[in-house]
Design a protein around this ligand. Structure first.
Ligand SMILES: Nc1ncnc2c1ncn2[C@@H]1O[C@H](COP(=O)(O)OP(=O)(O)OP(=O)(O)O)[C@@H](O)[C@H]1O
Ligand SMILES: [Mg+2]
Length: 328
């Protein structure tokens, strides 16, 4: 237990103000490229926050700045209420890097024991913690103890990475593409781990390409395109409520229909608009109103359609469909 780290529910655990990053590039370092532009966002305690964006959008850059791995060119941020870079705060943060590098002649157990040691977790406690983490991430103890990591599959390494990110029982966890390289079962397990961390009240900030996972586990999300946050909010803020229906009907009168469809309008010979009220009751009253139902579908787009539309609006040349549609 870490009483000093208990967070008030309404506290912003991650907050950034106009974070920007400009890299010097070219052989003579005389060119610049801006990877992050005025990035402002807020993540509340206990939230699961998803940062989405096509390849090269700046997701990893933002995470690395927050973790103090690289420096921002301008702007500021706080983590757990402290300016980023604050050393004691790091004790309460976990991080799964995008391309984790492991000392691959070590076994997973030795590696986790080593990282636990860096956090000065006493030996007995460390052993207990490693055992329970291996169970959590779905890695057999026998394998973890006996097999060197150079003989692990990509999915097994990702599980070690996840265990490593949680070794210090962090309050705030950054996960850069946690589902990457995992088969459907592995993805499911990572989703379950994230949900169980959430149940324990932890704050999770993750980058992902896999929009279906994001849709299932995120409380809020932001979309990055060419270094800029182009939209952010809850799924409901961005996509609309999950039970809003769009209808197309024929016949009836505007007076009757408007009680159900306040934004009713004519389209060719039909009426179109959004249904307000109970769907079953509306269907039951169609005969009485002399109305024929031609179409009724959820008005809310999928996150994938929304994502592609937003990225295309912001960057018409983005090559995203293949990447995202292949995985979703
Ligand atoms: N060290 C560096 N020097 C110069 N440019 C860099 C450096 N690191 C990243 N960049 C550039 O910054 C931009 C953002 O990169 P970043 O890795 O943050 O993207 P990303 O959204 O994480 O992409 P991916 O989905 O592929 O992981 C890219 O254009 C990349 O080429
Ligand atoms: Mg990345």
């Amino acid at each position: 237990m870490k009483p000093e780290s208990q967070l008030k529910n309404d506290m912003a655990v991650v907050k950034t103000w106009n974070l920007s990053k400009t890299y010097r590039t070219g052989f003579w370092m005389n060119k610049t490229s801006q990877s992050l532009k005025n990035c402002s966002l807020e993540v509340a305690a206990g939230e699961t926050f998803g940062l989405l964006g096509p390849n090269g959008a700046g997701k990893t850059t933002l995470l690395k700045i927050l973790l103090g791995i690289i420096r921002s060119s301008s702007g500021k941020a706080t983590l757990l209420g402290k300016p980023f870079g604050d050393r004691p705060t790091r004790q309460h943060i976990g991080y799964l890097p995008e391309n984790a590098y492991f000392y691959d002649y070590l076994t997973a157990w030795e590696f986790l024991d080593f990282t636990g040691g860096l956090f000065q977790i006493p030996k007995m406690q460390r052993q207990k913690r490693i055992k329970s983490l291996l169970d959590t991430v779905g890695l057999a103890q026998e394998v973890a103890k006996k097999r060197q990591m150079r003989k692990y599959s990509k999915g097994m390494l990702q599980r070690v990475g996840m265990a490593q990110a949680l070794i210090n029982d962090p309050d705030l966890v950054f996960l850069d593409e946690p589902m990457s390289g995992l088969d459907p079962l592995g993805r499911f397990q990572v989703r379950e781990i994230i949900l169980s961390l959430k149940e324990q009240g932890k704050t999770i900030f993750f980058n992902s390409h896999i929009l279906t996972d994001v849709e299932q586990i995120c409380d809020r999300l932001a979309i990055l395109s060419k270094g800029e946050i182009i939209c952010k909010g809850t799924l409901e803020d961005l996509l609309g409520t999950a039970d809003r229906y769009q209808i197309v009907v024929k016949g009836g009168t505007a007076e009757l229909l408007q009680q159900w469809v306040p934004d009713l309008r004519r389209k060719n010979d039909n009426w179109v608009g959004h249904l307000v009220g109970d769907r079953q009751e509306f269907i039951a009253s169609l005969d009485l109103m002399g109305v024929q139902l031609l179409d009724l579908k959820l008005a809310r787009p999928s996150l994938e359609d929304f994502f592609i539309q937003k990225i295309r609006e912001h960057d018409p040349n983005a090559h995203i469909e293949e990447d995202f549609k292949a995985i979703a």
